[in-house]
Ligand binder design. Structure first.
Ligand SMILES: [Zn+2]
Length: 304
């Protein structure tokens, strides 16, 4: 009898302990999930708050279109395809320049006192008379659509030409939203009209954020390979490393700038304004971006 009572007590204690262990585990899991959710919320809030205070015009052009909860039928909704939200990548596209240049100055990077104008107007098509900022936006919208078709989330720094966003602020937009890649779309200009060809710019080895140089180079190499493979005319040295570009130095995420071609070359100017050529270029760019993102073995190198 004593033995049976004793074993009953042992069983009851064991059950009680078992239950409490399970409870503790459940609590741990719940608190992990909660802390992940709250850090996500914090990150989102941080973006909105910072943009709201620092970048007034973005409120009109970007945030209305980029709020993750914005309904899909909004015309300039810049984040869509939210179906596989956990797994999908975020690409921030920056259509270069804007309708009215801002000649105020800003520091070209976090570790320098060197200053540069906030944002220029860009070049102009010698044949089409198209302004670079218009062409960049057209191509960027195409690229956005093509990336979204691949299930990649896209954030635009601007969706109209009438904005006032400095190059530093454009990089901060990519940073704040934790973009996996910051893609800057431009077209080039030169005094010699015979110069033509697409080319890609990336930060150089002195970039202040560890890993940004190597990942940017990787993305640029993939893009150049795709462009070359599809027969796009490239500049003779199609990859330039630059330490003097504000939109690179302030970026804390991998970044490249595609110069689609030269608007000062009449033929290339005409080609770039051709919808089918534009679409071809952006298709190639979208494929290259996808390949870069899927290669998630990007090594975080601290030195070149
Ligand atoms: Zn440009």
């Amino acid at each position: 009898m004593k033995n049976r009572l004793l074993s009953l007590i042992v069983i009851l204690v064991a059950i009680a302990l078992g239950v409490s262990v399970v409870d503790i585990r459940k609590e741990q899991v719940t608190s992990q999930v909660t802390s992940q959710q709250s850090s996500q919320t914090t990150a989102d809030n941080t973006c909105s708050t910072e943009n709201a205070t620092d970048i007034k015009i973005i409120n009109n052009t970007m945030l209305t279109g980029t709020a993750p909860r914005a309904p899909e039928d909004e015309p300039d909704n810049t984040i869509t395809n939210d179906t596989n939200s956990e797994a999908s990548y975020i690409v921030c596209i920056d259509p270069g320049h804007q309708a009215i240049a801002n000649y105020e100055h800003e520091r070209i990077g976090p570790n320098t006192s060197e200053m540069k104008i906030k944002v220029s107007q860009g070049t102009k098509g010698v044949h089409t008379q198209t302004m670079e900022y218009e062409l960049n936006l057209q191509a960027s919208i195409l690229l956005k659509e093509l990336l979204e078709e691949k299930g990649i989330k896209v954030l635009m720094t601007r969706t109209t030409n009438e904005v006032n966003i400095s190059n530093k602020e454009r990089a901060e937009i990519a940073n704040n939203f934790g973009a996996d890649l910051f893609v800057r779309i431009h077209a080039d200009g030169a005094s010699n009209q015979s110069i033509r060809g697409a080319h890609v710019l990336i930060p150089d080895e002195s970039h202040p954020t560890p890993g940004v140089y190597s990942a940017s180079k990787k993305a640029a190499m993939i893009l150049l390979e795709h462009l070359d493979g599809e027969g796009i005319h490239l500049l003779s040295s199609p990859l330039s490393k630059r330490s003097d570009i504000s939109g690179f130095n302030w970026s804390e995420v991998p970044v490249f700038l595609l110069e689609m071609g030269f608007m000062t070359n009449p033929e290339e100017d005409k080609m770039m304004s051709d919808f089918l050529y534009q679409r071809k270029l952006m298709n190639i760019t979208a494929d290259a971006i996808e390949e870069f993102l899927m290669k998630d073995e990007v090594v975080e190198e601290t030195s070149p």
